[in-house]
Design a protein around this ligand. Structure first.
Ligand SMILES: [Zn+2]
Length: 116
């Protein structure tokens, strides 16, 4: 199993993934809400958008902007079950375990924390 740092380094080497940036207003939003609240948002998005066996609109369920966690989900290839399968070998068409959800949230939060 790769570490968060290994995963982040691999993502940095992808032209598409490394192009995602937080705007000033994304950073301000994170500071205003506080990192614990942002983590709760990430947990909710992962639970509702990724964890079901067959998520609604899979492949298009994560907007490109509108919340810093959405950008982090694209930047970390945790945006849909197709990307999770391609990048992390997570099989599709089965629910994500609690442990997998926690690891995804940890990766998303590591990406955000380095940028705020
Ligand atoms: Zn995707």
């Amino acid at each position: 199993m790769q570490t968060i740092d290994e995963a982040l380094a691999k993502l940095e080497s992808s032209g598409f993934r490394s192009r995602f940036r937080l705007t000033e207003s994304d950073v301000r939003y994170c500071h205003e809400k506080g990192i614990d609240v942002i983590r709760e948002h990430a947990e909710t998005f992962v639970k509702t958008k990724l964890a079901p066996a067959d998520p609604v609109n899979d492949g298009k369920q994560t907007p490109m902007k509108g919340h810093p966690v959405f950008k982090a989900m694209h930047a970390t290839a945790c945006c849909c079950r197709g990307c999770l399968e391609k990048w992390y070998k997570v099989e599709r068409h089965r629910p994500l375990t609690d442990d997998e959800q926690t690891r995804i949230v940890n990766l998303i939060m590591a990406w955000i924390t380095k940028r705020i």
